[in-house]
Design a binder for this molecule. Structure first.
Ligand SMILES: [Zn+2]
Ligand SMILES: [Zn+2]
Length: 403
């Protein structure tokens, strides 16, 4: 790539470009759709890409991808996710959700807008793009299914566009992050987001009269013991140097004040980084629940589902993103330490190719921003051009290295 093209692609977004990015984002924010139901979102993104002169193809159901550039050689994937959450928005913004009970409360509207900004910039130099990129708009991140659906349709192999030479070599993705102030970037090497597992435990006792506990087996008391024992599993059974979270998020049982419940259902999630600990968790959970319930004469049946694998950033890719961020005048700090126990299905791309998933601060300087998935979650839109620009810079740097 000649240095003139390189400079042109990496130049800060113009006022008009930023205005378009903000406009796209606000439209998408107002019309959120849940995981794998992103049909209107898909149509909007498709039209925006077509207006730029690209030829988007549907991939992974409600997702889309475009093939960019006419060069040969390695291919870099740039990915944005598309879905919203089943949350009633309470931000009071002018462009707040127009769809009851649905909200872009994780910032995926911002991710799509950033990637559309990247697509628009690339479109201006279409005839000169002597390299290969794939831009992917991925559905269903929040339910952990969309990345896999796109991979199954050949997103990484090139099968999606019928060109197997366009096999993806590396990948970049971003997430706006309200816990980081605007102007802060994080690109951390190694495991940065957790294995996400889902469990259900049914504690079974024997129902009876609330006044005659000696004739029954109380599933509520037994389930309470299970909840406590699961926390002791984290603190006593797990190696303290291995991050692990066990959260029981729901507990349901019983039907009346004077009836001893026969069954109680617990649902929860385990979060870990290491593969070894993740592999042990189903049997730890099962034996802990069975023993704790058994102490009260009750039984416990467990269902355990591995949901999303941990996301590992490639050390070189993370360093490349951090270096590019450090060169941006609108970036104040570059962190290389941030990790979290949340999940992210970009992990399925990072499992197959060297990848970096980086965080773009979109929060207030004093750290008082609402967390992601809150009904009052807001994105400072100053983060949008930073995210798009860093994506472009990192992509260009990677392509230069790959030449
Ligand atoms: Zn989320
Ligand atoms: Zn998210």
């Amino acid at each position: 790539m000649n240095s003139k093209l390189c400079d042109d692609l990496c130049a800060p977004f113009s006022i008009e470009e930023v205005a378009a990015i903000v406009r796209w984002r606000r439209h998408l924010h107002a019309e959120p759709e849940l995981s794998l139901c992103e049909t209107d979102t898909q149509a909007f993104v498709r039209t925006a890409l077509q207006d730029m002169g690209w030829q988007p193809q549907d991939v992974g159901g409600t997702g889309l991808a475009i093939a960019v550039g006419h060069g040969s050689g390695p291919t870099l994937l740039l990915r944005a996710d598309m879905d919203a959450l089943p949350i009633e928005e309470q931000t009071g913004l002018d462009f707040a959700s127009r769809r009851a009970g649905q909200m872009h409360a994780c910032g995926h509207d911002a991710h799509m807008a950033c990637l559309l900004g990247v697509a628009a910039r690339l479109a201006k130099y279409r005839d000169q793009l002597d390299f290969r990129l794939v831009l992917a708009f991925q559905p269903g991140e929040e339910n952990g299914r969309g990345a896999v659906a796109m991979i199954e349709q050949g997103l990484l192999s090139g099968g999606w566009c019928g060109d197997l030479t366009r096999q993806v070599t590396a990948a970049l993705g971003l997430h706006v992050w309200s816990g980081l102030p605007v102007g802060h970037i994080s690109a951390t090497a190694g495991p940065i987001m957790a294995n996400v597992d889902d469990f259900k435990i049914i504690v079974r006792g024997r129902g009876g009269h609330g006044a005659l506990p000696h004739q029954a087996i109380d599933a509520v008391v037994a389930a309470s013991a299970v909840v406590q024992a699961l926390q002791a599993m984290v603190s006593r059974q797990n190696n303290p140097l291995e991050p692990l979270v066990v959260t029981v998020g729901s507990i349901h049982g019983g039907s009346a004040f004077n009836v001893i419940a026969e069954t109680v259902e617990l649902r929860g999630t385990c979060r870990s980084f290491g593969r070894q600990v993740a592999d042990q968790l189903p049997s730890w959970l099962r034996s802990t629940a069975v023993r704790a319930a058994g102490a009260y004469g009750a039984k416990a049946d467990c269902e355990y589902t591995r949901y999303t694998v941990a996301l590992h950033n490639d050390a070189h890719m993370a360093q490349l993103v951090a270096q590019c961020a450090g060169q941006m005048p609108n970036v104040a700090t570059v962190d290389t330490e941030l990790r979290m126990m949340a999940g992210e299905d970009f992990a399925y791309f990072a499992e197959q190719v060297p990848a970096c998933f980086f965080f773009v601060g979109c929060g207030l300087a004093d750290g008082s921003s609402e967390p992601h998935h809150s009904p009052r979650f807001v994105v400072d839109e100053a983060a949008l051009p930073i995210g798009g620009e860093l994506m472009l810079r990192a992509a260009v740097k990677w392509l230069q290295e790959a030449e």
